[in-house]
Unconditional design. Structure first.
Length: 153
């Protein structure tokens, strides 16, 4: 009787027979085979945010070149989509990501992300929620849905 109550009183991990922490992930991306730190490790949140904001700023500047003296309005959104989709599709990083020292890679080992995956990542980022909900591997929903991961360079 004590064993039965001990399993549910000890929490969900104990109920599944996980009494110790030997199967617990020690760093972000360990389950994916990523390095603990340095190049090839999961990109930290700060670098990802820096890359995103640099791309947004660049998109606003590019769009304002075409709309000056008027504000760019929604043209900056189009510029951001182009700045995001085209370079990620073929090179794996945006200009902001390059400055932040991060890049996008496919989990299946393909050499390029490709237009469909880059476009889906971009559209899901526009929704914002898929880009800010993360798992223990440091992957957001838009990474998980496209089979990608953002890594340090």
């Amino acid at each position: 009787m004590g064993r039965a109550t001990g399993s549910w009183l000890s929490g969900p991990r104990a109920a599944h027979g996980h009494q110790d922490d030997t199967d617990r992930q020690r760093w972000r991306g360990e389950r994916l085979g990523l390095a603990e730190s340095g190049p090839g490790s999961a990109a930290p949140t700060g670098r990802r945010a820096l890359g995103f904001f640099l791309d947004v700023g660049m998109a606003a500047l590019v769009a304002s070149l075409f709309t000056a003296p008027e504000p760019p309005g929604n043209w900056s959104l189009l510029a951001w989509v182009l700045i995001t989709v085209v370079p990620v599709s073929f090179f794996g990083f945006t200009p902001g990501m390059a400055v932040a020292g991060i890049w996008v890679a496919r989990l299946d080992g393909a050499t390029v992300v490709g237009v469909p995956r880059a476009l889906l990542r971009c559209l899901l980022t526009l929704l914002l929620v898929p880009a800010v909900l993360w798992n223990l591997d440091g992957r957001s929903w838009h990474d998980r849905l496209t089979g990608t991961v953002v890594l340090r360079r």
